[in-house]
Design a protein around this ligand. Sequence first.
Ligand code: NAD
Ligand code: AKB
Length: 315
Amino acid sequence: MTNETILITGACGQLGTELAEALRKIHKRVIATDLKEAVPALGDTEFRKLDVLQPQELANLIRSENVTQVYHLAAILSATGEQKPDLAWNINTNGLRNVLEVCTNLKVKRVFFPSSIAVFGNSTPNINTPQYTAIEPNTVYGITKQAGEQWCQWYFKNKGLDVRSVRYPGLISYKTQAGGGTTDYAVEIFYDAVAGNTYKCFLKEDTVLPMMYMPDAVNATLQLMEAPTESLSVRTSYNLAGFSFAPKDIVAEIQKHLPEFKTIYEPDFRQQIAESWPQSIDDTYAQKDWNWQPKFNLDKTVADMLQHIKVPHSI
Ligand code: NAD
Ligand code: AKB
């Protein structure tokens, strides 16, 4: 147990509910915050309502609770961002600026900012996308994450703020439903499969995307945040890879457990977003700098997801 006090923004979401649980195992105190009320998946984690667009409230909380590290997860994801571009820009960009500014002024020791494969666009090589390459995002969400990465590097270089970041692939998990993203199909599909329903997939069957199972995403985050400062060479955001697959691949894998399961394909506006993203990621820098190595592939992920969704877990 460390003596750190951790504050998580956007903690009610798919990632925050899982990170809160993991962080509580290693740090003395974890304060989950969100714009909305606490969700059951946070269990008995200490919770405060907090809008990241209110920097004074953020500052008051950090000061009064002696917060030493901030995990800034609050954001609008890619699909919602295309429908609400102003909201996405405001929350994602101004919310991050507020966090970086307040953390600098109050001398918070370390900050985590999640970026995304969404920073990449059509001009990026889409197989084994390198760390350093063309970055011309197609979505408002991607633009906000690209700007966010650059702000992180700017605060590190100019203000000495130790802010660290990864570009997550699509995250797969069972504790909290995914919402508002383009990779959400890879979570939704399990619920229909287990319920015996036909799944209506919003991407074409052969659309390959990089994905990661939540335990790997949590481990990567903790590993990066624990890594010695001098070992980190990337201060925008680290590429991070799990495994890649298309909807038809996950359907085939689920059918090994549930042979009757059926999917129909009705691509919508998210198809274009997915096609602008990489199919696979080269994460050599993460491997070299902080020994990153994922544990889960597609078959292990599907087996674990089905086991947890079939037998509802207690919180
Ligand atoms: P999510 O949508 O599940 O959760 C986001 C949370 O932010 C929600 O609980 C929402 O209420 C909260 N929020 C929104 N506006 C807020 C505000 N003004 N103040 C405080 N809270 C606010 O998202 P997630 O999947 O948990 O993603 C967390 C972070 O990880 C995001 O920054 C996202 O861009 C990034 N990320 C996620 C994925 C993924 O596949 N889930 C992949 C890449 C990057
Ligand atoms: C989304 O689809 O918007 C997210 C992401 C990959 O950033 N899951």
